[in-house]
Design a protein around this ligand. Structure first.
Ligand code: HXC
Length: 260
């Protein structure tokens, strides 16, 4: 476990921070001393999440943002600087996804997911990076991806394409921005027990058992496990980790061998 003041004096912007993994990461960053700016499209989720953080003694604010709109992303970072004075950490956790056969996916459906997962993540990373360069203090950026970025993801071609782009962006900017003191990494969680994943991926017992059979450790990941890994990558303990994609999935994505 990281020491309590690991992120003391730091400000973190977390997209998709109103629910699920984004909120879990925000809570852990806050517990470790960061001040928090939550961003997502859903005002209700944001205000409830900020209340929860404040109840735990964390300084937290939120900005309603559609990350697909570059002007809204610009406003998010202006607001973050105005309210908190600085931005040191960015967590790109906002995403959109649905399971669909590729031959039934419309162009609009493809565009909607790519706009949010790839373009939105880029807009946020760009805005945070420019601010970190301008401040001269550097920073740390983390994007949530998925292993189908490199294995391929049947029934999620839109998201697989977009996440592959985010991995390429991570590795590219890790090199380009290292001399500014900015580290850029990614975290690739496997099936994690959140409300959203439960509804989207394993609404039935049968679906749940099918997914569990694919995971060598035989269980889902927890929000706490993913949040701990995220905080490690964002922290000074990972100061020499740059351009990395850390997989946290109980071994799910690895091949099972010829008898598996
Ligand atoms: C087929 C769909 C669809 C679905 C949307 N579309 N949902 N097609 N199956 N379930 C198509 C629409 O028909 C439309 O195309 C186009 O996508 C845009 O639809 P909109 O309703 O205008 O959606 P919009 O809000 O712009 O964007 C869709 C979205 C969004 C990106 C998926 O709902 C979103 O951001 N959701 C966030 C919540 C979310 O997805 N959570 C899951 C996070 S991942 P046409 O051609 O009709 O105009 C997660 C892990 C599970 O929890 C992952 C599952 C693989």
């Amino acid at each position: 476990m990281l020491p309590e003041a690991t992120f003391s004096g730091k400000v973190a912007v977390i997209t998709g921070g109103g629910t699920g993994l984004g909120l879990g990461i925000a809570q852990e960053l806050g517990r470790l001393g960061a001040r928090i700016v939550l961003a997502s499209r859903n005002e209700e989720h944001l205000s409830a999440a900020a209340e929860r953080l404040r109840a735990g003694g964390v300084e937290a604010t939120w900005v309603q943002t559609d990350i697909r709109q570059p002007t809204e992303v610009e406003r998010l970072f202006l607001e973050a600087i105005e309210r908190m004075g600085q931005v040191d950490l960015l967590v790109n956790s906002a995403a959109g996804n649905f399971i669909v056969d590729a031959d039934r996916l419309s162009v609009n459906g493809f565009n909607a997911v790519v706009a949010s997962v790839l373009h939105g993540t880029y807009y946020c990373t760009r805005a945070a990076g420019l601010e970190m360069i301008k401040s001269g203090r550097g920073g740390s950026i983390l994007s949530i991806v998925a292993s189908y970025a490199w294995t391929g993801g049947p029934k999620t071609v839109h998201s697989a394409v977009a996440k592959a782009g985010v991995v390429a962006m991570t590795r590219t900017l890790a090199v380009e921005w290292a001399h500014h003191g900015i580290r850029v990494n990614a975290l690739s969680p496997g099936p994690t027990d959140t409300e959203g994943a439960r509804q989207a991926l394993w609404a039935t017992q049968e679906a749940q058992e099918k997914i569990l059979r694919r995971i060598p450790e035989g269980r889902f990941g927890t929000v706490e496990e993913v949040s701990n890994a995220a905080c490690y990558l964002l922290s000074p303990y990972a100061d020499f980790v740059n351009g990395e994609v850390l997989v946290i999935d109980g071994g799910e994505w690895l091949g099972k061998g010829i008898v598996g």
